[in-house]
Design a protein around this ligand. Sequence first.
Ligand code: IPE
Ligand code: IPE
Ligand code: MG
Length: 244
Amino acid sequence: MQILTPAAIPSHIAIIMDGNRRWASQRGLPRAIGHASGARRVRQIVEACSERGVSHLTLFAFSTENWQRPADEVSSLMSLLVNYLQKEICNMHTNGVRLKIVGDLSRFDQRLQNLMASGQALTSNNSKISLTIAANYGGRWDIVQAVKAWQATNPAVNLSSLDEAGLRPHLSMGHAPDPDLLIRTGGESRISNFLLWQMAYTELFFTDKLWPDFSVALLDEALHWYSARDRRFGASSVHAQRAK
Ligand code: IPE
Ligand code: IPE
Ligand code: MG
């Protein structure tokens, strides 16, 4: 495969890591094993993105709707999140990863909240890659919480003065540019309430591969696919403008 120039690499990749339960059921394994296998993929993909010069990576780990799953599955997902953070925070710090966790974290137990806070504090000055994990995150929740946060910081200002630029810093992803590329594994072609505001002009790459089988080779395939997109943002094509 042709080597991509740094300019062709997306600054921000978002990933919907989907398909863990189907991966497990295809093998006659419990769902929790599918989730654990999915979690083991994460380190390699963070490292590969970092090596390729991606500056922001955002992973959808748990949606606001995922609480509707059976209690034992939710609890195994929570344990995995705790284990993942316990195991990976030191490694992230060594590798220059800045960790950020977005979502309504108040619903998580105190131990998990403390772990999230300490991981973010420890890695806050790192700059090789910014890794955002979306946990108890929903795009609709994000927009509503941002409006409330805007109102709280501008109590004397009428809501009619709110505009896009004013709202943006209050959204959960205020620390990152909008994603250039979304990758969704697992064969579904939908957004499932992920970064609704931020993905207005994101290029969407869907693959049938289930998340535990996602590989660096497939990441590279997505990057090559992305490099051939003509991003117009509603304006004229860059190529058409050059041809003028
Ligand atoms: C993604 O895999 C992980 C989470 C949503 C937490 P799923 O658990 O959705 O697995 P499938 O899509 O049902 O196979
Ligand atoms: C999206 O996957 C959420 C995460 C990967 C965390 P889901 O499996 O929850 O989405 P749907 O139900 O297929 O839309
Ligand atoms: Mg799913």
